[in-house]
Design a protein around this ligand. Structure first.
Ligand code: NAD
Length: 606
């Protein structure tokens, strides 16, 4: 995976900057800028993943790592000086073509300056911002909330103030330097590993105490001045990709609410993770950075995209409020694009519709089914619908070993699954007295054991990765609605519902959500393959045809269940009853279980 790494020193005024380059210089150049208290090595895992397709450049910000510090320190870290440094590096590594800029934390704060000042126009082709707002945008965000403090806005302001405690600490004279060169510097690697669930390795580097002491001037030289007096013209002149970690302890996602005003050509993405995304989610970052760079490659060779002249046009374009479905699609794309999603029973009905919905949101989809042809077809159509990538796997979910092999193969070939949908299931209808032990085994093997095998194989990997995830189990309204006609099926689904609740309690400490989906009657193929206990072969066919007709008349589409799945993951809902009758029964189960019991005695129309 790793290509040759070249190091060079670049002069910028009185400082020398240490830059390293990966990959072929003929490829588009991607410059990754680190944050505080980091050095360029924070980006190594991402750089290694991008190096086969891009010319990747990392540099130590002045005063960090192997770059020299300005003298005196005070005033030497102003954003104007940092812009000089960026231009010096960009001119050295890519004199002919603009570069694609990526910043994390203070690297992103700087990146916003680079992407919004006139003197860099034509030198930047795109900007990916991670966990670091523009100080100018932040200043305006605060001013708006101070001028018109509605309760919601005041709460947002107070919330962000509480998250910014460390910024005040870094403004105190000498104390940060003493702490970083003393106990904090020694403890930081351990603290970081614990807080972010990082696997300890050679990072942070030995220069950390000096980096952190010097880096305090990033805050002192810029924060107060810019927040008090933010620039009014801080418009991005390049396309921007904003990646927001949803569990960032230092920054509220609300900071970016009005960002389209400043960056009209904006692509939003979110990750259910904490702050140090370059270390914790390098696969995902490399994927998104790569996609964004390739999508804006034309800016490599042509004119700068956003010049001062076309800014008003951009703003006018963004003036119309988007429709509800566009907003929902945007929210799904933000949350699921690039995520690795595995769906079982993906060859038909709800599983296929769910695969398509994730594909449309830009996820990478693994379609699993025991029917090889059906799984391949789902994967093929998912690719056409916009999936980042899609693969098919032929596996019977009731086969424990096959599921374990699937989990191992998936981890090796594609990485740890972010979202697992245990959806495969079969229908079975008929009274308890006509249900044989073989019938019980058949339905429990798929509907319950299939879910257990899926959870066992994939949850362990999610926990070990330490970066959260989500499991969706398809139960049914039959899980809480008793019926004399469906004892085996309902029992299997009630077990799936309880398993999901228990697992949710256990995995929440690992940042893994669990959702049980409870559709009602949905128009899929399930009735055509369902087993009717105690019925002869010819009788089976008649009953299947009859129930298929009823499901067709009800005509609730699987696409709506798929939408409920995505929405359930987005909200981390515990239980999602889907159809109106499933929602009604769910309510009745709580308000009047007696009524449900009375209904359970009625013979169904089959
Ligand atoms: P479907 O028959 O259209 O699709 C089920 C898919 O699962 C098929 O492609 C099938 O090949 C696959 N499958 C079955 N057994 C498998 C196994 N052992 N290993 C791998 N794949 C297997 O049915 P559907 O309605 O889309 O059902 C999906 C899920 O939704 C099931 O768990 C079902 O119990 C549940 N559900 C369906 C309804 C409904 O009304 N359709 C209602 C409530 C719950």
């Amino acid at each position: 995976m790793m290509s040759e790494v070249r190091e060079r020193m670049v002069r910028s005024g009185e400082v020398e900057l240490c830059a390293v380059e990966y990959g072929d210089t003929a490829h588009p150049t991607v410059v990754l800028v680190h944050g505080y208290p980091d050095s360029k090595e924070v980006w190594t895992p991402v750089a290694e993943r991008l190096a086969d397709r891009f010319h990747v450049v990392l540099y130590d910000v002045r005063g960090h790592g192997r770059s020299s510090a300005p003298a005196p320190l005070r005033g030497g870290f102003r954003l104007e000086r940092l812009t000089d440094d960026f231009l010096a590096v960009a001119n050295a590594v890519s004199p002919e073509r603009p570069v694609h800029l990526v910043g994390h934390d203070w690297g992103s704060v700087q990146g916003w300056e680079f992407a919004t000042v006139g003197r860099t126009e034509g030198r930047i082709a795109s900007f990916t911002s991670i966990s670091g707002p523009s100080l100018d945008h932040f200043g305006h965000w605060i001013n708006q909330r101070l001028k018109r403090p509605t309760p919601r806005r005041a709460a947002q302001l107070l919330g962000q103030c509480a998250k910014s405690w460390y910024v005040y600490a870094l403004h105190t004279p000498l104390l940060p330097e003493l702490a970083w060169r003393g106990p904090l510097g020694r403890q930081w690697p351990k603290l970081l590993a614990r807080a972010e669930r990082l696997v300890p390795d050679s990072y942070p580097t030995r220069s950390l105490p000096d980096d952190a002491a010097h880096g305090a001037w990033l805050y002192r030289d810029n924060v107060r001045a810019r927040l008090r007096n933010p620039r009014d013209d801080a418009y991005a002149h390049v396309p921007v990709q904003l990646i927001t970690p949803l569990d960032d302890p230092f920054l509220s996602p609300r900071l970016y609410d009005d960002l389209e005003r400043w960056a009209p050509d904006l692509r939003r993405r979110t990750l259910p993770t904490k702050h140090w995304v370059p270390r914790t989610r390098p696969d995902q970052l490399a994927e998104w950075i790569g996609q964004f760079v390739l999508a804006h490659q034309h800016a490599d060779v042509g004119q700068p995209l956003g010049t001062a002249a076309n800014r008003p046009a951009h703003r006018a374009r963004s003036g119309r409020p988007p429709s509800r479905s566009a907003r929902v699609q945007a929210a799904y794309a933000q949350r699921f694009a690039g995520q690795l999603v595995l769906v079982t029973g993906a060859g038909s009905g709800i599983g296929r519709a769910t695969s398509f919905a994730f594909a449309e949101a830009g996820a990478r989809v693994i379609a699993v089914d025991r029917d090889a042809q059906a799984a391949s077809r789902t994967a093929e159509l998912s690719r056409l619908l916009g999936a980042g990538a899609a693969w098919a796997e032929t596996v019977d979910v009731s086969d424990e070993q096959a599921m374990e092999k699937l989990a191992a193969r998936t981890a090796t070939e594609h990485g740890v699954v972010d979202i697992l949908v245990n959806n495969a299931g079969i229908g079975m209808s008929g009274s308890f007295l006509t249900t044989s032990t073989d019938d019980w085994r058949k339905v429990l093997d798929v509907n319950l054991w299939g879910v257990i095998h899926g959870c066992r194989a994939f949850a362990q990997q999610m926990v070990e990765r330490g970066q959260g995830g989500h499991i969706v189990n398809t139960a049914s309204a039959a899980a809480y609605q008793p019926s004399r006609a469906l004892p085996a099926y309902s029992t299997s689904k009630a077990a799936v519902l309880m398993l999901s609740e228990c697992l949710r309690a256990e995995l929440s400490a690992h940042g893994i959500g669990v959702t049980a989906i409870c559709p009602g009657i949905v128009n899929t193929n399930i009735t055509a393959t369902a087993h009717f206990t105690g019925a002869s072969e010819s009788e089976q066919e008649r009953l299947r045809a009859k129930s298929s007709r009823l499901y067709r008349i009800r005509n609730y589409p699987p696409e709506k269940v798929a939408d409920a799945v995505l929405n359930g993951v987005l909200r981390n809902a515990a239980v999602v009853p889907v159809t109106p009758e499933a929602r009604g029964a769910h309510l009745l189960a709580r308000l009047s279980p007696k009524a449900l019991r009375a209904m359970a005695r009625i013979d169904p129309p089959l």
